[in-house]
Design a protein around this ligand. Structure first.
Ligand code: NAP
Length: 273
């Protein structure tokens, strides 16, 4: 019997995941299907019961369920327990095991480019769920220091405490002070949702160091104002779609136990823009 997969969240109709995974099934001739399934906030428990009834083999989890989903897991991979959020679930005859592939997804384009994080100074904008996965990745790769700037300073403080617990040095800085200190960073990452609605970048990169790498995890639009301003300054950029592809290929490998067809998945994703 064919296998079935889904992505759950709300809203879900703009999700690119069904396209990416379906392209992988076609490429490898797998008898599997993948759909977007809307579960509104507050209806997660009954939604999951429904997925178990139809014997779903696995599912991805997106906004707003990434943290609440932890409650409904029978087992947790370390990636999921460390980050405190889940984005990939395996259903083994009703036993749900959670993973978080955002950290590996985030690191994938960095590794592909052979960029070293070890000993580097990083600026991270944002302190939400995705920022936690990035902090876990920075700890794993032994960054020297991560400076966290966030609209709500208290959330930056909490993220900084999490970083200390996993052995990563951090500072919190004001969004307003950013442009004055920008030249000291080796990498600047946007993990806020700024850009999704075409908002202006909070950073101009006017004084950025020519070696600085700029990474925006927002993937739609592909060319956010943040990315455009970095490109204007001729800085190397990493696009949000690359992280999206990284987390999707990792989820594929967890579910199917074989290497993901990266190029076919990339082609499907880029066709969606
Ligand atoms: P989240 O937990 O809701 O966090 C949102 C973050 O953005 C918080 O730091 C929030 O600051 C900040 N923020 C939101 N609106 C802002 C505004 N108008 N001005 C300044 N700061 C603002 O969301 P998330 O799960 O971390 O996701 C964040 C973004 O990353 C989303 O756009 C999502 O699509 C993207 N993402 C991409 C990938 C990928 O694979 N490429 C993976 C995960 C997430 P406060 O603390 O002040 O609220």
């Amino acid at each position: 019997m064919g296998k079935s997969f889904a992505v759950i969240g709300d809203p879900i109709n703009h999700s690119l995941s069904p396209n990416i995974h379906s392209a992988a099934f076609r490429e490898l001739n797998l008898d599997s299907s993948y759909i977007g399934y809307r579960i509104p906030k507050g209806e997660l428990e009954s939604g999951i019961e429904g997925l178990k009834k139809i014997k779903i083999n696995g599912f991805n989890v997106t906004i707003p369920h990434k943290i609440e989903m932890m409650k409904y897991l029978d087992k947790m991979d370390e990636s999921c327990s460390v980050i405190g959020a889940v984005n990939t679930v395996v259903n083994n005859e009703g036993m749900l095991k959670g993973y978080n592939t955002d950290m590996d997804g985030f690191l994938e384009p960095i590794k592909k480019r052979d960029i070293q994080i070890k000993g580097k100074k990083i600026l991270l904008l944002g302190a939400g769920g995705a920022a936690r996965a990035i902090i876990a990745g920075m700890a794993k790769e032994k960054a020297e220091e991560v400076n966290i700037a966030n609209r709500t300073p208290n959330n930056a403080m909490k993220l900084s405490e999490f970083a200390s617990k996993i052995g990563l040095k951090t500072n919190t800085i004001n969004l307003e002070e950013l442009n004055q200190e920008i030249e000291k960073f080796d990498m600047i990452i946007n993990s806020t949702s700024i850009g999704l609605k075409n908002e202006t970048s909070p950073i101009s990169f006017e004084r950025a160091n020519q070696e600085t790498i700029v990474y925006d995890i927002v993937y739609s639009p592909m060319n956010t104002d943040f990315i455009k301003k970095a490109k204007d300054k001729k800085l190397e950029v990493i696009y949000g779609y690359e992280m999206l592809l990284g987390q999707a290929t990792r989820a594929f490998e967890i579910w199917h136990g074989m290497e993901a067809p990266y190029n076919a998945m990339k082609k499907a994703l880029l066709g969606g823009f």
